[in-house]
Write a protein that binds this ligand. Structure first.
Ligand SMILES: C[S@@+](CC[C@H](N)C(=O)[O-])C[C@H]1O[C@@H](n2cnc3c(N)ncnc32)[C@H](O)[C@@H]1O
Length: 270
C-alpha cells in the first residue's frame, strides 16, 4: 500500500479529469450506496474521501437545504473542484481532511458514507472504528468496495506489473485482497468496529469505452494513474503498445470495449 500522502498526490493530479472522461463509473457506483443509506431531509451526512462528489452530491440532494453534507478528502485539488461544482448547494461543505482520523466531533453525524476509500487506509480496522465514532447512536454507515471483476481487467492491469513496486497496487487489485476479499470479511470488519445490523448489497457497473484510446484516457483519470506514474516516461510507449494489443480482442462488433465490475455495499448502524 502506498503511503496516504502518495495516494492523495495521485488523486490530486487526477482530479481535473476524474470521472470526467465520458465513462460513467464512480457516479453510478456511489449512487447505489446513497440509495441504500436512504438519507432523509435534514440529516447530517459525512462523505469520507469524497473525491469529485460522486456520493456527496446525491447525499446533499437527499438531505436538502435543512441538512448538512460534509465531504472530506486528502487531495486539495479534489476538494477545490468539488467545492466549485457543488457551490449552488448551501448544505454542502467540502474540506481537506484525513480519512484516517477525520477532524470532526464524535457522535455528530446521522450518516457516514465512504465509496471506494477504505482500501487506501493503511489500517482499515482503525479507520473504520474512527468513522463509527462519528455517528450518533443509531446512525447509519455505508462502505463501497469492489467485488468480483471481469477477468479482462486484470489482464490489462498486468501490463503494468513489471514496473510496480511491491507495495503499490491498483485499488481494484488491492481492494480484492485481505479484508476486502469477501462479503463476510467486510461484514466482520464492520462488526468488529461496533456496527450492528450489518448487511451486504451488490451492484454491477459496466465501463464502456468507445475504443482503446478511450480506455487509455480512463486509466489516467483515476487511481490507476499511479500505475502509469510508476512506469518510467521512456517506457510508457511500450506499455501503451502492450495495452493496445491486449485490448484488441476485447472489442465488440461496434469496436467498443465493455468491462464489468461487481460492487459491494456493506451497511449497518452504530
Ligand atoms: C477511488 S477515489 C473515490 C472518491 C469518491 N468517494 C468517489 O466515489 O468517486 C478515492 C478518494 O480517496 C481519497 N483519499 C485517499 N486517501 C485518503 C485519506 N487518507 N484521507 C482522505 N481522503 C483520502 C483520494 O484523494 C480520492 O479522492
Amino acid at each position: 500500500m502506498t503511503a496516504p500522502e502518495g495516494v492523495a498526490g495521485v488523486f490530486d493530479r487526477a482530479a481535473d479529469t476524474y470521472d470526467d472522461v465520458g465513462v460513467p463509473w464512480f457516479e453510478p457506483i456511489a449512487l447505489g450506496l446513497v440509495e441504500e443509506l436512504a438519507v432523509q431531509p435534514g440529516e447530517r451526512v459525512l462523505d469520507i474521501g469524497c473525491g469529485r462528489g460522486a456520493a456527496l452530491r446525491p447525499l446533499a440532494l437527499a438531505t436538502g437545504p435543512t441538512g448538512h453534507a460534509l465531504g472530506i478528502d486528502l487531495a486539495p485539488r479534489m476538494v477545490e473542484r468539488t467545492a466549485e461544482d457543488l457551490r449552488g448547494l448551501p448544505q454542502v461543505e467540502v474540506r481537506v481532511g484525513d480519512a484516517r482520523a477525520p477532524a470532526v466531533p464524535a457522535a455528530s453525524f446521522d450518516v457516514v458514507a465512504s465509496s471506494l476509500v477504505l482500501f487506501f487506509m493503511p489500517d482499515p480496522p482503525a479507520a473504520l472504528r474512527a468513522w463509527v465514532a462519528l455517528l450518533v447512536p443509531g446512525g447509519r454507515i455505508g462502505i463501497t468496495t469492489f467485488g468480483t471483476q471481469d477477468g479482462r481487467w486484470s489482464e490489462l492491469d498486468g501490463a503494468f506489473t513489471a514496473y510496480l513496486p511491491p507495495a503499490m497496487l491498483d485499488a481494484r487489485t488491492s481492494g480484492l485482497r485481505g479484508p476486502f476479499a469477501s462479503d463476510e470479511a467486510m461484514e466482520e470488519l464492520l462488526v468488529d468496529a461496533g456496527v450492528g445490523g450489518v448487511r451486504t448489497v451488490h451492484g454491477t457497473v459496466t465501463a464502456a469505452f468507445r475504443d482503446a484510446e478511450h480506455y487509455l484516457a480512463f486509466t489516467w483519470s483515476h487511481g490507476q494513474r499511479g500505475m502509469w506514474e510508476a512506469v518510467p516516461a521512456a517506457e510508457r510507449p511500450a506499455v501503451r503498445t502492450l495495452l493496445l494489443e491486449r485490448l484488441d480482442p476485447f472489442r465488440d462488433g461496434d469496436g467498443a470495449i465493455r468491462l464489468e465490475q461487481e460492487v459491494r455495499y456493506t451497511l449497518g448502524q452504530a
